[in-house]
Write a protein that binds this ligand. Structure first.
Ligand code: PRP
Ligand code: MN
Ligand code: MG
Length: 181
């Protein structure tokens, strides 16, 4: 098996910091959506870990659906072309939708997704992104709930992959450039 620590240069956000942040954002979301018909939409595959942990800090039961889109493939740069690999099962009509994402990097995925969701008749659409790279933005994304702003480096772990690996790291870490050079 690969020597995982040797392939990372730095832990950026620890599991402990993530879980504390999820509690904080969960409390905000619970208050903001009290009495509303909330639907969580996780963006596969990166958002699997954040959806699992975030949904469980909420004090109420909430439906979840998933959309699978991909723009990075096996590289470290967004192709700019977002492909739907799995669409929602849920009709968004009159739902208060909260999109749950692991990261906003260039912003292309979410801006595309927001536009795609606009026409589906939701009562409201907001975004929760655990991570955001302000210095990598190519398009601005209106994101109501942000976990951590991070530097413009290629990060993996807690759902984020490089060529489908590293998603199961507990922390978010910087991938050593020699791994993808
Ligand atoms: C990653 C990440 C976000 C998106 C962010 O997904 O999970 O969805 O890229 O990048 P952007 O802001 O530049 O669009 P990816 O396309 O790698 O698919 P995955 O979630 O299956 O890893
Ligand atoms: Mn993704
Ligand atoms: Mg990816």
């Amino acid at each position: 098996a690969a020597d995982i620590p040797g392939e990372l240069t730095e832990i950026l956000v620890t599991e402990e910091q993530i879980l504390a942040k999820l509690e904080e954002i969960g409390a905000r979301v619970a208050a903001d959506y009290a009495g509303k018909d909330l639907l969580l939409v996780g963006v596969l595959k990166g958002a699997v870990m954040v959806m699992a942990d975030f949904s469980r800090v909420l004090p109420v039961t909430v439906p979840m659906d998933w959309m699978a889109v991909s723009s990075y493939g096996a590289g470290t740069k967004s192709s700019g072309v977002v492909q739907i690999r799995k669409d929602l099962d849920t009709d968004l009509h009159d739902k208060h939708v909260l999109i749950v994402e692991d990261i906003i990097d260039s912003g292309l995925t979410l801006s595309w997704l927001l536009e795609n969701f606009e026409s589906r008749g939701a009562a409201s659409i907001e975004v929760f992104a655990l991570l955001r790279k302000p210095d990598a933005a190519k398009v601005e994304v209106d994101c109501k709930y942000v976990g951590f702003d991070i530097p413009n480096e290629f990060v993996v772990g807690y759902g984020l992959d490089y060529a489908e690996c590293y998603r199961n790291l507990r922390d978010v870490a910087v991938l050593a450039p020699h791994v993808y050079a």
